[in-house]
Design a binder for this molecule. Structure first.
Ligand code: ADP
Ligand code: MG
Length: 356
């Protein structure tokens, strides 16, 4: 949602095109099915899955088969991976009372991958985060908070959870209580619940890319609420240019641009889902150590890699780890680069993250 795509835009800061860019981007966003560049044939469809606005854009002369195939897959994965869809694999695990639960191979793979990143980050990434996600419920709080509300009032009304509630939730947050043997998932804490919100969109983006390539699509963009997966190159063979939004800026306020040919660019940012009380931002990326939204001076982390699953897991992980540990972690992983943006809008890149 917060990364935007440059379509055929030359990057000369003084060119008229650059000055017109905000308007062009606005037009592209408002009228997703109209080509910005007349000679580029494309089809774009937007939908709402996994609590997120998603847009798929296919370039070239395509019939509706590939697009329909993408939306069928989105449906399928939402019904498999959503915590709130009754009967999904995740729902079944969370309602098992600690009994072993059979899940699909894909769900099992995703849980195992998530557990790998939990171990790698010593629990900064933790899919048993659900009790805290429900307690903070940032999305609905955002519409409940009233203008000028004080912290005391927000605590009294339950908008901000109490320390006791947070302590209680923290008792059930521990990724080591999740075990996955083949396709059998067991929670050794019967009150624990998993949430794949920090990794599922990345996985789905990878699956959509694979599907589109197998359907013969050579040029496409998949945008799952800020998880951008590029497919191939632009129709003219040049690279995609993915704009990264300035934190808290307008939708056309781009802070930097990343060129991609088939890679994924994923951003986790405080400004994506949050509510504000007394000048404090309460956002949706939660620190399993404190029980509060991660508060370490970062406003966003963008990860660039071939795999969108890895990008998604690492963007959330690094956000919780903070600037120093996050940079160290990414430098230690081959083929992955990152851009960290702090509250004062300073950008910190890993050694291989492209400069503007
Ligand atoms: P977005 O969903 O906006 O793309 P992220 O990929 O950063 O953002 O994922 C945030 C989501 O991940 C939260 O909405 C929640 O469901 C889940 N989550 C929050 N904190 C953590 C955490 N520490 N570890 C794993 N998942 C988390
Ligand atoms: Mg993530």
């Amino acid at each position: 949602m917060f990364q935007y795509i440059y379509l055929s835009v030359k990057e000369n800061a003084h060119s008229p095109v650059r000055r017109l860019l905000p308007l062009m981007l606005a037009a592209a966003l408002l009228l997703p099915s109209l080509p910005v560049c007349a000679e580029e044939e494309k089809t774009s469809e937007t939908g709402f899955f996994l609590d997120t606005v998603i847009t798929i854009t296919l370039y070239g002369d395509t019939d509706s088969t590939a697009m329909n195939g993408c939306f069928d897959l989105l449906d399928e994965y939402e019904n498999m991976l959503s915590r709130t869809v009754e009967g999904s694999d995740v729902w079944n695990v969370n309602h098992s009372g600690g009994e072993p639960t059979e899940v699909s191979e894909e769900t099992a793979y995703l849980i195992e991958t998530a557990l790998y990143y939990s171990e790698l980050s010593d629990g900064a990434f933790d899919i048993t985060i659900t009790p805290l996600v429900e307690l903070w419920d940032v999305q609905s709080k955002a519409s409940q908070v009233s203008e000028g509300e004080t912290t005391e009032e927000a605590l009294a009304s339950g908008l901000i959870p109490s320390d006791e509630e947070i302590e209680e939730a923290l008792l059930h947050i521990d990724y080591t209580t999740v075990s996955c043997e083949g396709t059998t998932v067991t929670l050794s804490d019967p009150d624990a619940e998993i949430d794949l919100g920090g990794i599922a969109k990345g996985y789905i983006a990878d699956c959509l890319e694979e599907y589109l390539l197998s359907a013969g699509i050579e040029s496409a963009l998949i945008n799952l609420g800020g998880n951008v997966q590029t497919v191939g190159t632009k129709p003219d063979g040049s690279s995609w240019k993915i704009g990264i939004q300035k934190p808290f800026g307008g939708s056309s306020d781009i802070i930097t641009v990343v060129e991609c040919t088939g890679e994924s660019v994923v951003t986790s940012g405080t400004y994506e889902r949050y509510f504000e009380v007394d000048g404090i931002i309460y956002h949706h990326i939660l620190d399993p150590n404190t029980g509060y939204p991660a508060d370490n001076g970062l406003v966003s982390v963008t990860i660039l890699a071939d795999s969108s699953t890895i990008c998604d897991a690492l963007s959330t992980t690094c956000f919780v780890l903070g600037l120093e540990d996050g940079l160290d972690l990414i430098e230690s992983i081959d083929g992955v680069e990152a851009l960290f943006i702090t509250e004062d809008e300073t950008m910190y890149r890993t050694s291989g993250f492209p400069e503007d």
